[in-house]
Unconditional design. Structure first.
Length: 240
């Protein structure tokens, strides 16, 4: 039996599937994984991405933060790929109960998924740090320098920066969804970033599937580990 056939068999037997995904899901839509630090970062920016996406950097170098954010993180033209689309299809069929994502691009919702827990927030939501007024991502994209509210306050993306805590309500809901799942599919994540990676420990079932291009620290715990593209793998699954 091939890996795809085993995956199909697991999906057929499951009715409370949860998908937990990371940056590898979005890279297949053309969104770069900033952890893969390339020459471009080193040539253009004097700081590593992790520094520029920190709370302290946002507070102390706000204009430089937004230069990097607009250039590298605000990918508003990206479109859902086969992984996003298959997950939305599984949800519509009543097979998948939740998507837990570390991504901030909103592509799961764009593909049609409804029950999405965004652990690290979303580029699509932005608010004034002074008055709380909401702004669309396009406002950030089209602004110059530090985007400013009508009240004069700076506008901050609703994304979790390094040094900030995850939203506890979102984290709790993700824990509950995973603990109630009869199948957990993990895709496109190295499972090294905590506390998000620790969510896997809440799964108690016997259908743990890892789909990733590289090995992870939890491969030995998986009932099925597939090395490859998350989109190309999931698009082969039939939804009945």
């Amino acid at each position: 039996m091939t890996d795809i056939e085993r995956l199909q068999q697991m999906v057929d037997k499951s009715h409370r599937i949860v998908f937990f995904g990371g940056a590898g899901v979005s890279t297949e839509s053309g969104i770069p994984d900033f952890r893969g630090v390339d020459g471009l970062y080193r040539q253009k920016y004097p700081y590593p991405p992790e520094t520029m996406l920190s709370h302290d950097f946002f507070e102390q170098h706000t204009a430089e933060f937004f230069d990097f954010y607009r250039d590298k993180m605000l990918c508003l033209d990206a479109q859902p790929n086969p992984a996003h689309q298959k997950l939305a299809e599984l949800e519509r069929a009543g097979k998948l109960t939740a998507v837990v994502t570390q991504n901030i691009d909103g592509l799961h919702q764009k593909a049609g998924s409804k029950n999405v827990f965004e652990l690290h927030g979303s580029i699509l939501r932005n608010h004034c740090v002074r008055c709380g007024k909401s702004y669309r991502a396009e406002f950030i994209r089209d602004s110059k320098g530090i985007p400013t509210c009508s009240c004069g306050g700076a506008i901050k993306p609703d994304v979790v920066l390094y040094g900030e805590s995850l939203n506890q309500q979102t984290l709790q809901k993700a824990m509950e969804a995973i603990s109630e799942a009869d199948m957990l599919i993990i895709g496109g994540t190295s499972l090294v970033v905590y506390p998000a990676a620790g969510l896997v420990d809440f799964y108690r079932g016997q259908r743990l599937v890892l789909i990733n291009k590289s090995s992870t620290p939890l491969d030995h715990r998986a009932n099925l580990a597939i090395s490859g593209s998350i989109g190309k793998t999931l698009e082969q699954i039939r939804v009945s």
